[in-house]
Design a protein around this ligand. Structure first.
Ligand SMILES: [Zn+2]
Length: 583
């Protein structure tokens, strides 16, 4: 816990204008300062800083707050982290409590390790830039067309073809080699003394999101194997929490709200040189939930760009499971067989690449088609196996609307009924219905209505259809106001203000459910909205029919003339009405 008075001191000392100005180009405009919002891509500035009130607000994306909220969002920090981050800059010392001797030692050790990594980085960098021993490296970069500015941005270095270059350098710097050994940069010989890990390799500096070097990736420049050697895990480098290039990519990831995940250092570098800046690379480690957590700080959706060979596909599908479970929208960027980002950009240029990203297919879609193309669905046994495999993955999709959409798609592609697939999925109930909080006697909610709402917000033509068939015929009583509010906003033109619509929903659970539904809708991309609307309309019709049947059954066992009897009659009547209007 940071004491309140310290928090206040930091807030007062960290002038919002100075803090924001480090990230955003601001110009004065009346009492405010205006700039291009760092949180969403825009061409005309709608990001306002009010230095008097020490707040900011973006009229484009609605983000706002004080200096702490700005840093939290900008640097992907928690509140206490943001306070400490700013405290350091404005010279406020925050001592939460005195660390124990053991803790103190651990902190000191980490700082030493950071310092050694930084020293090593500068050493290797200097060799690549100007030392005769770096000639091979310079020639290689030249041949691959790597610009000097790029080499600088990546802090590229070169490890000479010797066993003791770094060892001797560190000794001269009076760095205790047994500490450097914890970074894996030097290793102890059995006969005593130390030797370098990296020899005759081009070095990529691996940095944390704030640009602090934590390790290296070394590539050979000839046919020696292994092609790549990476720094081992160390107290400052945890492979499952660091993605290569995140420090260079975070700003662009935030602007585009998307991240591109590639496999290797040179893939990343090729994209960077072509002006594609929102990429990170896994560099030999499988994607982990830690990586996903890191990405989500900066981007709402991800693109994978792995090799199109069997290993690349395997990596894509393994990543898919993480994305599905984490509810992260993901798509697959496909390049022509045999191409990697470097060769593709070299031949086709960055416009063609942007095009490829624009037509990237949702990862689950890619997966379905890959399974279907590589399996035998002509035989019953083959089909059963495919359905089983697809449904296993389908279960992992966190978003019920998305899950339902894919279920329909799989049914269509395999020529099976949706009902059959739902049964395989577990129970014959619509999956979305499982999430409904409570169903009152008059309310029966299904996934159909949710999907309709999501569709209305994204496609104005669907709203026109909803209007035509009547809101009251398509929605249950409690959702009618929501649907009407959407229609109203679309009628007056402009985008739907979802925040405002959610405010009108009184039940918190219902509000959260709808917020989850509305907050992302990439999965509705690339569908045929009017066809989808027709499917949904017919589902609503069938739902009405089913309800009528249930009611008729109840009616048969209800005392005629009782109040419940009249109630049922009334409901049947109105349902028949709705049903006929939906035809
Ligand atoms: Zn904004």
């Amino acid at each position: 816990m940071i004491p309140d008075d310290k928090v206040q001191e930091v807030r007062e000392r960290a002038a919002i204008l100075d803090v924001v100005a480090e990230y955003v180009n601001l110009r004065k405009s009346g009492a405010n300062y205006l700039g291009l919002c760092p949180f969403h891509g825009e061409k005309t500035p709608s990001f306002n800083v009010n230095p008097g009130r020490a707040i900011f607000h973006c009229f484009g994306c609605g983000v706002g707050g004080n200096v702490f909220s700005f840093i939290m969002k900008m640097e992907g920090l928690t509140f206490p982290e943001a306070v400490k981050f700013l405290a350091k800059r404005v010279g406020v010392t925050i001592e939460e409590r005195i660390p124990s001797a053991a803790e103190k030692q651990r902190i000191d050790e980490r700082e030493t390790l950071y310092r050694i990594t930084e020293l090593a980085m500068r050493f290797y960098r200097r060799i690549l830039r100007e030392d005769p021993a770096g000639e091979t490296g310079r020639r290689y970069l030249d041949r691959r067309g790597v610009a000097e500015t790029t080499a600088e941005a990546y802090q590229l270095g070169f490890a000479p073809d010797r066993w003791d270059s770094l060892t001797r350098f560190l000794e001269r710097q009076r760095v205790p080699l047994e500490v450097a050994e914890k970074l894996g940069l030097v290793r102890q010989r059995e006969s005593g003394g130390y030797y370098d890990l990296f020899r005759n390799r081009l070095l990529f500096t691996i940095a944390d999101p704030y640009g602090k070097p934590v390790g290296f990736g070394g590539r050979v420049l000839d046919d020696t194997l292994p092609k790549y050697i990476n720094s081992p895990e160390s107290p400052i480098y945890h492979k499952s929490d660091i993605l290569f290039g995140i420090d260079l990519a975070k700003q662009s990831m935030r602007e585009k709200d998307a991240a591109i995940i590639v496999e290797g250092y040179f893939d990343h570098l090729a994209l960077y040189q072509a002006g594609v800046r929102n990429a990170v690379a896994t560099c030999g480690t499988a994607l982990t939930t830690g990586h996903l957590k890191l990405l989500r700080r900066y981007a709402g959706m991800v693109y994978t760009l792995f090799d199109s060979d069997a290993a690349g596909k395997k990596a894509t599908f393994r990543a898919m499971e993480l994305f599905l479970e984490g509810g992260v929208p993901a798509s697959v960027v496909e390049l022509p067989a045999g191409d990697d980002p470097d060769s593709f950009l070299g031949k086709e240029g960055s416009a063609a690449f942007t095009e490829r990203v624009a037509i990237a297919r949702p990862i689950f879609d890619y997966y379905i088609r890959d399974i279907l193309a590589s399996s035998d669905t002509a035989s019953v046994g083959g089909k059963v196996k495919v359905i089983d495999e697809l449904v296993q993955q389908l279960k992992k999709i966190a978003n019920p609307v998305e899950r339902d959409l894919y279920l329909r798609e799989i049914a269509r592609l395999l020529g099976e009924s949706e009902r059959t697939l739902r049964q395989v999925l577990g129970g014959n109930r619509a999956p979305a219905a499982a999430l409904q909080p409570s169903r009152g006697q008059t309310q029966r909610r299904t996934g159909t209505e949710d999907m309709l709402l999501a569709l209305m917000g994204k496609y104005p033509e669907v709203s026109g259809k909803v209007d035509e068939y009547g809101v009251a015929n398509l929605f249950s009583a409690d959702l009618i106001p929501v649907a009407e509010a959407i229609l109203r906003q679309i009628r007056i033109g402009g985008d739907v203000d979802w925040g405002l619509i959610l405010e009108q929903v009184e039940v918190p659970e219902e509000r959260n459910r709808l917020a989850a539904l509305f907050v992302r809708d990439e999965h509705l991309e690339g569908i045929s909205p009017l066809k989808m609307f027709d499917d949904l309309r017919r589902s609503r019709e069938k739902e009405a029919l089913r309800r009528i049947k249930d009611l008729k059954r109840e009616l048969a066992s209800t005392e005629s003339g009782s109040s419940r009897y009249m109630e049922i009659l009334g409901e049947i009547n109105s349902l028949c009405n709705k049903k006929s209007q939906l035809q």
